[in-house]
Design a protein around this ligand. Structure first.
Ligand code: ASP
Length: 302
């Protein structure tokens, strides 16, 4: 495989290989010297046209632990602000002989387009409302390490499904891995055509929670909302927020996930986010191992 553009690029064997490789990478993180020479002499560019904290730092850490040279490019302060198109930026990268490009872009499909213009491997780090495959991989990794096997696992993805690339990639990957997904949210935030997704839909969170092994809360993406999708923040959290009362409806072993950044008090109560059942910080740590695995498998020539 050359690029990672969509979670659908991975079949069961490929997805399992990424997760197994990530397990090996994680074992290395506990060593004193956290660096592998694998990508020495390779150059990876982080091309970020949209804000990011976790994902950019995570990819940078991952590439550096594999000894790659990393160049960080953010649209602010670059020629993009002068109106340079994605194509011209791509041609510049191509001329410089870049081996891998990690791209985040507000337009769905931008990583796909980029892959036609440069020879290096393209890794989608989030494109518009479309996909965020490495997030889905780190989520699957977290579920596997906490709950064992993914086959038959019951996962609820809750909230702003409509604007969520995290939800889309998770649904695709979890189906491949054999998990059962239920999407929960207000009807206005569930996409049209969802009946074609390999998932069940519910509008009632309380009734879903007792049959859930992992509940994944999504951020309400106000920056992508041109209109009002729900009456008020209070009403939203009353119906779809995860608070202590709702946590009691979950089975004892169930874990609580969030991709971040979270809006405390809106989709998740602060005490729930900080509880021992929450894997939010673990997800961030796992993100580095999973991205190391992706870079290694795509650029390491395996
Ligand atoms: N960090 C994730 C993303 O970039 C989720 C979010 O922004 O809410 O898609």
């Amino acid at each position: 495989m050359k690029h990672l553009l969509s979670a659908a690029d991975l079949d069961l064997d490929a997805a399992t290989l990424v997760l197994d490789t990530a397990t090996e990478m994680a074992a290395m993180a506990s060593r004193e010297v956290k660096k592998l020479p694998t990508l020495r002499g390779r150059t990876v560019v982080n091309l970020f046209y949209e804000d990011s904290t976790r994902t950019r730092i995570s990819f940078e850490t991952a590439a550096k632990r594999l000894s790659a040279d990393v160049i960080n490019f953010s649209a602010k302060g670059s020629s993009v602000e002068k109106g340079e198109s994605l194509k011209d930026t791509a041609l510049t990268l191509q001329a410089m002989g870049i081996d891998g490009v990690v791209i985040r872009h507000p337009a769905s499909g931008a990583p796909n387009t980029l892959s036609q213009w440069v020879d290096g491997s393209i890794l989608n780090a989030g494109d518009g409302t479309h996909e965020h495959p490495t997030q889905a991989l780190l989520d699957a990794y977290t579920m596997r390490s906490r709950l064992g096997q993914l086959k038959g696992l019951r996962v609820a993805i809750v909230g702003d499904v409509l604007h969520s690339r995290v939800a889309r990639s998770n649904v695709l990957l979890l189906r491949t891995l054999g998990a059962e997904v239920t999407l929960v949210g207000p009807p206005t935030l569930v996409p049209v055509g969802v009946e074609d997704w390999p998932a069940t839909v519910s509008y009632d969170l309380d009734s879903v929670l007792p049959g859930t092994d992992a509940v994944m809360m999504l951020r309400v993406q106000r920056e992508r909302m041109g209109q009002a999708y729900f009456p008020s923040a209070r009403e939203y959290s009353r119906r779809y927020g995860l608070d202590n009362r709702r946590v009691k409806l979950l089975p004892e072993h169930a874990i609580i996930m969030h991709p971040g950044p979270m809006i405390r008090g809106m989709e998740i109560a602060p005490e729930v986010a900080d509880s021992p059942r929450s894997t939010i910080v673990e997800q961030v740590a796992n993100g580095v191992s999973v991205r190391m695995a992706c870079l290694y498998l795509l650029l390491g020539g395996k």
